[in-house]
Design a protein around this ligand. Structure first.
Ligand SMILES: *[C@@H]1O[C@H](CO)[C@@H](O)[C@H](O)[C@H]1NC(C)=O
Ligand SMILES: *[C@@H]1O[C@H](CO)[C@@H](O)[C@H](O)[C@H]1NC(C)=O
Ligand SMILES: *[C@@H]1O[C@H](CO)[C@@H](O)[C@H](O)[C@H]1NC(C)=O
Ligand SMILES: *[C@@H]1O[C@H](CO)[C@@H](O)[C@H](O)[C@H]1NC(C)=O
Ligand SMILES: *[C@@H]1O[C@H](CO)[C@@H](O)[C@H](O)[C@H]1NC(C)=O
Ligand SMILES: *[C@@H]1O[C@H](CO)[C@@H](O)[C@H](O)[C@H]1NC(C)=O
Ligand SMILES: *[C@@H]1O[C@H](CO)[C@@H](O)[C@H](O)[C@H]1NC(C)=O
Ligand SMILES: *[C@@H]1O[C@H](CO)[C@@H](O)[C@H](O)[C@H]1NC(C)=O
Ligand SMILES: *[C@@H]1O[C@H](CO)[C@@H](O)[C@H](O)[C@H]1NC(C)=O
Length: 340
């Protein structure tokens, strides 16, 4: 038996050697082997594919996406603040995103913490959290807007600080911070860190403020009624609209004596020049001693901001930090008022 099979093997081998090149034999073996074990190759191939592509999708892509988000620049082109209450405010914010990368991702709606940035340092707490709508960023620029969103005030000190900076500074910096969910095409959505600061014009201390067309009623000495009116001229070099409601200002002479009060009803500061009527009470007994050649140097400071019957303390703090100066030609005003 043994001999027989051995000789058969030898014949087979001779046959193979004669009929085919050694390669063909190998190939056939490989073929047979593949037929049997193909699924292992498939698994290995898939595993290899995944080992290479998964890091690209789950590590490389998020890095690329994060890098793109980091490179994008935020610009705030307009802000509007309406209907303030002690703990809420209605905000409109118009944003332009400058996107230098060719990726044009979509960000799902997210909550954007808005932080005051003072001389490059972020405040620890947010002013408020803005509901940023779903945005599809384009290349190179895209627009987005949060329109009249009523948002709770997150931190009273921060909104007072922000209102003060908006009112007093030439330029204000705030940052928008959060973790939006980003999509590009069919790739898995990922959370990216968004942390972009932006600088824009503030109201610059209302420089250029003046009061014109002042009329006083010298006969009204009882001061039951307002005895003065005029027009406040308030330039606003920013692109910011602020509805403050009913604002009372205190007028003081250089010695710090309060010589009168004025009230601006429904004071809305819009971008550009604002001409707003005011009424007031001037205590003529008190103002006379401070006159110099008929002029009175007055300081004007907002003291009360009342909106729908409630004090808005963050605006009151901002106005208190911004002292305005007015050189009033009292003799001229008296002449104008008496029509002489
Ligand atoms: C101010 O707002 C207007 C209207 O929203 C806009 O067209 C303009 O570009 C803004 N200006 C600045 C300096 O952002
Ligand atoms: C920011 O820096 C300016 C100039 O250095 C300085 O006048 C100002 O007081 C600083 N503001 C704050 C809040 O520290
Ligand atoms: C936002 O609300 C204010 C006051 O309620 C209104 O005057 C303004 O037109 C509104 N803005 C938009 C864009 O709807
Ligand atoms: C955002 O960036 C600023 C400055 O680079 C940093 O101070 C701050 O901690 C960052 N905030 C978050 C939430 O990453
Ligand atoms: C303020 O207005 C008055 C009256 O119109 C004018 O005489 C005066 O020059 C103005 N002052 C300033 C600082 O513009
Ligand atoms: C302003 O005051 C003068 C003098 O009291 C008065 O005649 C005039 O009607 C008042 N104007 C307004 C708009 O209240
Ligand atoms: C005006 O000031 C004088 C002196 O302080 C005071 O006696 C008078 O009561 C004041 N008038 C009004 C209406 O406040
Ligand atoms: C009022 O201000 C002017 C210029 O701002 C100054 O020349 C004048 O001395 C001041 N007068 C008083 C009484 O303070
Ligand atoms: C301002 O005061 C007037 C008169 O009292 C009132 O009619 C108006 O509603 C007040 N405005 C606000 C915004 O509260």
């Amino acid at each position: 038996m043994n001999n027989n099979s051995d000789s058969e093997k030898a014949v087979d081998e001779q046959f193979e050697q004669r009929t085919a090149s050694p390669d063909v034999g190998k190939r056939q073996k490989v073929k047979a082997h593949s037929k049997k074990w193909w699924w292992i190759y498939l698994i290995l191939f898939c595993a290899g594919f995944l080992i290479i592509t998964l890091p690209i999708i789950y590590v490389g892509f998020p890095n690329i996406a994060q890098h793109g988000v980091n490179k994008a620049r935020l610009e705030v082109t307009g802000l509007e603040f309406y209907n303030p209450t002690p703990d809420h405010i209605e905000v409109t914010e118009r944003i332009i995103t400058h996107n230098p990368s060719m990726y044009t991702p979509t960000l799902d709606p997210w909550s954007g913490g808005t932080f005051v940035v003072t001389n490059g340092t972020y405040s620890e707490k947010a002013i408020l959290y803005l509901p940023v709508p779903k945005t599809h960023t384009k290349h190179p620029v895209s627009n987005a807007a949060i329109v009249n969103a009523t948002v709770p005030i997150y931190d009273q000190d921060q909104i007072a600080l922000y209102a003060t900076q908006l009112l007093t500074l030439k330029q204000v910096t705030t940052a928008l911070v959060g973790k939006p969910l980003l999509h590009i095409g069919k790739l898995p959505a990922i959370h990216v860190k968004y942390n972009a600061s932006t600088t824009y014009n503030g109201l610059n201390g209302l420089q250029g403020f003046n009061v014109t067309n002042i009329r006083i009623d010298p006969g009204n000495t009882l001061l039951i009624l307002p005895n003065m009116n005029g027009t406040a001229f308030i330039p606003n070099p920013s692109n910011i609209t602020v509805d403050m409601g009913n604002v009372t200002f205190s007028l003081k002479d250089p010695k710090g004596v309060e010589v009168g009060k004025t009230l601006i009803e429904n004071m809305v500061l819009r971008p550009g020049d604002n001409h707003i009527p005011l009424i007031g009470m001037l205590n003529q007994t008190l103002i006379l001693p401070s006159l110099e050649n008929g002029f009175a140097n007055l300081t004007i400071t907002g003291t009360d901001v009342v909106y729908n019957g409630k004090h808005i303390t963050y605006y009151e703090k901002a106005l208190a930090a911004n002292i305005l100066h007015l050189r009033l030609n009292v003799f001229q005003i008296l002449k104008d008022s008496l029509g002489v």
